[in-house]
Design a protein around this ligand. Structure first.
Ligand SMILES: Nc1ncnc2c1ncn2[C@@H]1O[C@H](COP(=O)(O)OP(=O)(O)OP(=O)(O)O)[C@@H](O)[C@H]1O
Ligand SMILES: [Mg+2]
Length: 318
């Protein structure tokens, strides 16, 4: 296998228990190089445990994994040299300035003085921290602290980056800023493995998503593939007159009418093509519709369905 086609992360049958509590019950993962992979799961699903195992901080009880081509058990040093980890809880030292935190990381990576200076300056600029570089990290906002944390991870020039809930607690603007940084990193060829509880984040960023629950991968695929697994997509037609509803009910055999509300629920994925076909049909039959709304399953539906909770939410299009 060539280096380019080699997966960045490959795990088979990972198992981990704490005492008699089984946390990981046979996890398989495959993350292509240069992609963004999101691990989604509710609190306690085992996301951090997976990150800790893949980053050699924790030993697995069973299964095997390779990161950047190196076996976790037999080549842990090579794995560590290839990765960067931004943990769920910040590694930033509050007593030091932003610049000092970065310099500390540079020393840990045994960079020479010139290289340390160069890289520290470059990262402070890239992460919009140059102005605050000389201030203690204790004075940083949550967003600045997250950026510094990620900048510290990049000091070692990692090939594979683990981000454990990188945007938890950030406001929408800071979150978007971090997403932009993550996209830039991937454009530069690195692989991102992130955990998140924000479905929107996985939807925005990830090429592939794995949903874990009770120690197992319960679904895997692109956001679009996952959404397709969840039934319930439909188009809701609102009529102004019972005659319209009756006519439409005859035309759309699989639809469910509500004669009191004068609405018709037509199963469909909400794609432009489906909508156009539906509107054309109504037009041909000269059926007048007052209002139309589209319900598409989103990742929330996927998540809640797959992890055993349920909720009805609706997306309205005009
Ligand atoms: N060192 C440990 N000792 C005992 N139990 C642990 C340990 N680490 C994790 N656990 C348990 O393993 C389970 C999974 O924890 P983990 O931190 O991996 O979940 P998570 O998906 O990251 O959750 P969160 O979304 O809250 O960060 C939890 O029930 C947790 O209590
Ligand atoms: Mg966690």
């Amino acid at each position: 296998m060539t280096a380019a086609s080699r997966p960045a992360i490959e795990a088979t049958g990972l198992r981990k228990s704490f005492g008699d509590k089984v946390v990981l019950d046979g996890i398989d993962l495959n993350v292509p190089q240069g992609s963004i992979f999101a691990l989604l799961g509710p609190n306690g699903a085992g996301k951090t445990t997976i990150v800790n195992i893949l980053s050699t901080l924790l030993g697995a009880d069973g299964g095997s994994a390779r990161v950047d081509g190196h076996d976790l058990v037999t080549e842990p040093d090579a794995v560590r040299a290839a990765i960067g980890v931004t943990g769920q809880f910040s590694a930033v030292d509050n007593l030091f300035t932003g610049e000092e935190n970065l310099a500390l990381m540079a020393d840990l990576h045994h960079l020479g003085r010139a290289e340390r200076r160069r890289r520290t300056k470059d990262l402070l600029d890239r992460f919009d921290l140059a102005e605050a570089a000389g201030k203690p990290a204790s004075t940083y906002s949550g967003g600045m602290r997250r950026r510094l944390d990620l900048a510290m991870t990049l000091v070692g020039d990692p090939r594979v980056i683990f981000l454990d809930e990188p945007t938890t607690g950030l406001d929408p603007r800071s979150r978007r800023g971090l997403w932009r940084i993550v996209r830039d990193l991937v454009a530069g060829g690195v692989t991102i493995f992130l955990t998140t509880q924000y479905l929107e984040e996985a939807d925005e960023l990830a090429d592939r998503i794995a949903v874990i629950d009770h120690g197992r991968v319960v679904a895997e695929g692109s956001a679009a593939e996952l959404k397709r697994q969840v039934p319930g997509g439909h188009i809701r037609l609102q009529f102004t007159h019972p005659a319209g509803l009756e006519a439409a009910t005859r035309v759309f055999g699989q639809a469910t009418p509500d004669t009191d509300a004068l609405t018709l629920r037509v199963p469909g994925d909400g794609s432009v093509r489906t909508l156009k076909a539906l509107l054309d049909r109504l037009d041909r039959e000269s059926i007048e519709v007052g209002e139309l709304s589209v319900h598409t399953p989103d990742l929330d539906d996927v998540f809640l369905t797959l992890t055993g909770q349920s909720e009805n939410r609706k997306v309205t299009a005009r």
